[in-house]
Design a protein around this ligand. Structure first.
Ligand code: FES
Ligand code: FES
Length: 973
């Protein structure tokens, strides 16, 4: 390489650069000189996070080679648009319109919007959308609507029709902040490009930091490893070390990530996941070695030289193949089908076979078999981790983790470092939606740091990340539901198979969701259901917003529409007849915690009526219009094992310090923590500027649990209440005023209060009985009722979602922008899940665009959110949880709307144009569309239920929670 000197005019100043003209992209060069607002997500020109303005033209700088740029070209990055003390209206609008979630896309969007306003300072919403579409700006968090809102607000200021104050949220004078759109504390850093995400941290590490690349052979889904030859790689320039499983073991590690399988019926006996493969490849994205070198390029070049010899083994890429009797085991210690959970209700408790009798004898029944996809999370930022030994010799990870302490448990002793010497710190991170619950990338970086005994930075390309990370479990389900002459449901049966991929951790947990959320929230008197989970050789199943429930709704909400149609009852009215009402029980034989169902349907009714009328009026042979609805909902917390600890402290400046691990993946862990703290300390009149958040570093923060299971607001809120009561009691004087820090010290009063809120002592939270599925595993629920209006182009089969309405109840709202942000975001993922998203073809689904991420024009601008705020008696400040419900069933509203529009029912997601077109052609030929055959899931449903009955297992019930001890580390083996 022969470096070249060149001058560029960057943000108004001439800057001299030395670059590699052949290899360097403009993004790389700008980042190297410190302009790290330029984010690199996809690195392939499909996400827009690297947008900059080059000579007046908006470009994506990751694909722009510097050799193609003329000297003294003018470049504008976000740093040249506004700074913290001189914000551009776009930055202010972004902060104040809920346009910042993870914020990774924000610099690219703001630069893009700035370029638009330079050309047209009075755009219509449609013009803004056209612009973002044309320039391929992707936001995976927000659902786009708020971004357009922000541009419209900023444009008014640019035109002089509004002031910055007009578009800035002000804290209410009465300090009543709860429920209001208080701006996120991290928003300022995010909209100015000063928030350091993973790769920004990597650039800013100490000089001796080494770089780590993965050896991810990507040749097989299942293979025996015969030999790993590192000789050539070790001789490559700049290489410090090539690491295999042998090195990890030589350093005292087990190379085995810790995991827990708690279900009584789980047959898993050994942890299933290794850090670096030793004897087998279990899936396409497995990593067999690491290359550590002085630069990332050198590390990648060396990784490419590691030779791995394999012997192919049979590959099972879906549940159906893996559970066939002749399939070999993916893991030696357990059959591929490694856990089952039944649910029996009503007469089924006595004899499951009574349910088919009830269904057969009912006035009307429908059945169907459904498939839901291996949905990829498609966060714009992938895997990037820095690891180093800190000043206390703790192995420290700067990373993206949704559960810092859970990650410590997952790492366990795999690296040969004692658990108490592991420290995890969250960087600013570019979203996750669930994939960062696994700690696999931390283990890779940790193995390298241990091997070289120094700081390292691990960076995966987006494609490597896409194959390495877990995905939502695909489901195969068979279901049947019946009703009486009046349309009241008489019973249901279902059998769901979840493909958990190569590794088992979490499989026994996700398996419980379909037996809790199928037919939620209806009254179903008799139920015989089963969920089975199996290992395959595809990527492993992992957490994803609404974990395990979209699979249930894929089946049950489609069946509800099918039964309504067969009964010739409007789908809305059919649901109205069947929603649970006070006293009715769910399919786990427990009463619902709340009954907002009628109120929610009443709120949707006028929108539904209008939509149906509109669809009729606007339907044409070329553009068919339809409306679909779907109920959804989710649990709050991880159930009986859940607990959260937080600390409140009065410091010498009389600031309130809040310590917690409310990991912020973009959902708003910062503002959520702030809201509950303000509310808990309201009697003291604490204002936002008096609270300092100290978050997400296990060295200084207690374990507040994962950011998952819609639990954070509920659990952290309760723990904060407890600590606030203690702190206020300590500070309160006899006259009702509060002591200062000085006064506390003078009187020798404690200023720091650590409190834990636990579900472990709440005996009303019961696990699902492994023999019957009876149980009540959550202290609270959230509810959504979705409606989609679609248009199907009959020439192409393409579906466009025109409008979306979501009525929701998450109890009292904490921060309206954060809750609505989850709603918009969840809806956008649901639309993607329905129409385009997939990670089944590992050769094709390599980046966000090829995996079907929705661009702005795939998501309607008209999304109407209608909250029903029913305060929860047991929730902190009347709140429940948020987030997950918003991605539970919106996809089925879209699928139902497609059927309503054109008569094509999609049984296997996603509803790609070619499937719809094929269906339309079948209908046009006067034929009936053949539904898929019933799936064979390993055995007959009733044989399996009989087998379960004949072989009951001892239900450990609530005792199991208590036996787990205080730390969730003991859940792992
Ligand atoms: Fe350049 Fe995605 S990083 S377009
Ligand atoms: Fe847009 Fe996260 S806020 S990708």
């Amino acid at each position: 390489m022969k470096p070249r000197k060149m001058w560029l005019n960057i943000n108004g100043a001439d800057r001299m650069l030395i670059c590699d003209p052949e290899k360097d992209s403009l993004a790389l060069v700008l980042r190297r000189i410190g302009l790290t607002s330029v984010k690199v997500g996809c690195d392939t020109g499909v996400c827009g996070s690297c947008s900059v303005i080059l000579n007046g033209k908006l470009i994506r700088s990751c694909t722009k080679k510097v050799r193609t740029i003329e000297e003294y070209s003018k470049i504008t990055t976000l740093e040249g648009i506004g700074t913290p003390d001189n914000l551009h209206p776009l930055q202010v609008a972004w902060m104040n319109h809920g346009a910042v979630q993870c914020g990774f896309c924000s610099p690219g969007f703001i630069v893009s919007s700035y370029a638009l306003l330079l050309q047209n300072d009075n755009p219509t919403r449609q013009e803004v959308r056209d612009w973002f579409q044309k320039h391929r700006n992707v936001c995976r968090c927000t659902g786009y609507k708020q971004l357009v809102d922000a541009v419209m607000a900023a444009a008014k200021v640019v035109r002089g029709e509004a002031t910055i104050e007009d578009i800035t949220y002000k804290v209410p004078e009465d300090n009543e902040c709860y429920g209001k759109p208080l701006v996120r504390p991290a928003a300022l850093a995010k909209v100015t490009g000063l928030a350091d995400y993973g790769e920004d941290m990597a650039l800013k590490m100490p000089r001796e930091t080494l770089h780590v690349a993965v050896v991810q052979p990507r040749v097989a889904h299942h293979a025996k490893i015969l030999n790993i030859d590192t000789a050539e790689a070790a001789k490559m320039p700049g290489v410090v070390k090539i690491i295999t499983h042998e090195e990890i073991k030589a350093n005292g590690g087990t190379n085995q990530m810790a995991e827990a399988n708690l279900h009584e019926r789980s047959t898993v006996t050994l942890p299933s996941r290794k850090i670096l493969c030793d004897d087998k490849i279990f899936r396409y994205g497995d990593v067999v070695a690491l290359a550590v070198a002085n630069t990332l390029d050198q590390a990648r070049a060396a990784a490419a030289k590691v030779k791995v010899d394999f012997e192919p083994l049979p590959e099972y890429l879906n549940f159906l193949d893996a559970v066939m009797p002749d399939a070999i085991r993916v893991h030696d210690d357990t059959p591929n089908l490694f856990c089952v959970q039944p649910v029996l209700k009503g007469d089924a408790l006595e004899d499951a076979e009574k349910v088919p009798e009830i269904l057969d004898n009912s006035a009307c029944s429908v059945e169907g078999s459904f498939y839901s996809t291996r949905e990829p999370h498609l966060s714009i930022e992938g895997c990037t981790v820095q690891a180093y030994f800190d000043e206390d010799d703790s192995l420290t990870f700067q990373c993206k983790s949704q559960g810092l302490y859970t990650s410590i448990s997952r790492i366990g002793v795999s690296l040969g470092v004692p658990r108490e010497k592991l420290r995890i710190v969250d960087n600013f991170n570019g979203a996750s939606f669930g994939w960062s619950t696994n700690a696999g990338d931390l283990c890779l970086a940790g193995a390298a740091a241990v091997a070289v005994n120094g700081p390292v930075a691990l960076s995966l390309t987006y494609e490597e990340h896409q194959h390495f990370s877990g995905k939502r479990c695909p489901s195969f389900s068979n279901g049947r539901v019946a009703c009486d002459e009046e349309g009241k449901i008489t019973g249901a049966e279902f059998d769901v198979g979840l493909d958990h991929g190569a590794y088992s951790w979490g499989g026994d947990h996700v398996m419980e969701k379909p037996v809790r959320f199928s037919f939620f929230p209806y009254k179903v008197p008799h139920v015989a259901g089963l969920c089975r989970v199996a290992n395959t050789n595809h990527t492993f199943g992992t957490a994803y917003r609404s974990y395990g429930s979209p699979q249930a709704y894929t089946m049950s909400e489609a069946l509800m529409d099918m039964l309504a149609e067969k009964m010739n009852i409007d789908p809305f009215e059919f649901r109205w007849k069947n929603i649970a009402r006070p006293g009715d029980t769910n399919i786990n034989s427990h009463v619902f915690k709340d009954y907002p169902m009628e109120e929610m349907m009443e709120k949707l009714r006028p929108h539904y009526d209008n939509a149906v009328a509109r669809a009729k009026a606007e339907d044409t042979p070329e553009k068919r219009r339809g409306v679909g609805i779907a109920w959804g909902g989710f649990n709050v917390t991880e159930g009986g094992t859940d607990q959260a600890t937080i600390v409140l402290e009065l410091d010498a400046d009389n600031m309130i310090l809040k310590y917690d691990t409310w990991q912020d993946l973009g959902q708003g862990g910062d503002v959520g923590s702030l809201m509950v703290t303000l509310e808990a300390l309201k009697p003291m009149g604490v204002t936002p500027d008096r609270v300092r958040l100290c978050q997400n570093d296990t060295k200084i923060c207690p374990d507040s649990g994962m950011s998952a299971a819609s639990r954070s607001h509920y659990m952290n809120g309760h723990a904060t209440k407890l600590a606030a009561e203690k702190l206020m009691a300590a500070m309160r004087k006899e006259d009702g005023t509060y002591r200062t820090y000085e006064e506390m010290k003078q009187e020798g009063i404690e200023t720091r209060y650590e409190e834990t809120y636990t579900c472990m002592t709440d005996t009303s939270i019961t696990r699902l009985d492994p023999n019957t599925g009876i149980g009540d595993p959550t202290p609270a629920f959230t509810y959504v009722l979705n409606m989609a209006e679609v248009e199907v182009d009959t020439a192409t089969g393409k579906t466009t979602v025109l409008r979306f309405v979501c009525v929701y109840d998450v109890g009292k709202i904490g921060n309206i922008d954060a809750v609505n942000g989850q709603a918009y975001g969840g809806i956008s993922h649901s639309i993607g899940f329905a129409l385009s998203e997939d990670y089944s073809d590992v050769k094709k689904h390599t980046n966000i665009a090829r995996s079907g991420v929705p661009y702005i024009k795939d998501i309607p601008d008209e999304i109407i959110l209608i909250p029903c705020e029913n305060p929860r008696e047991d929730g902190p400040f009347g709140s429940s949880g948020a987030s997950e419900a918003f991605q539970s069933s919106g996809h089925v509203a879209v699928i139902n709307a497609i059927y309503n529009a054109c008569g094509v029912r999609i049984f296997d997601l996603p509803a790609k144009p070619e499937k719809i077109k094929a269906g339309l052609e079948t209908l046009a030929a006067g034929k009936k569309i053949k539904p898929p055959k019933k799936y064979f899931l390993g055995s007959d449903l009733y044989d399996e239920l009989e087998n379960i009955k004949a072989n009951p297992v001892k239900f450990r019930g609530h005792d199991m929670f208590e036996s787990l001890g205080e730390s969730d580390g003991s859940k792992f083996y």
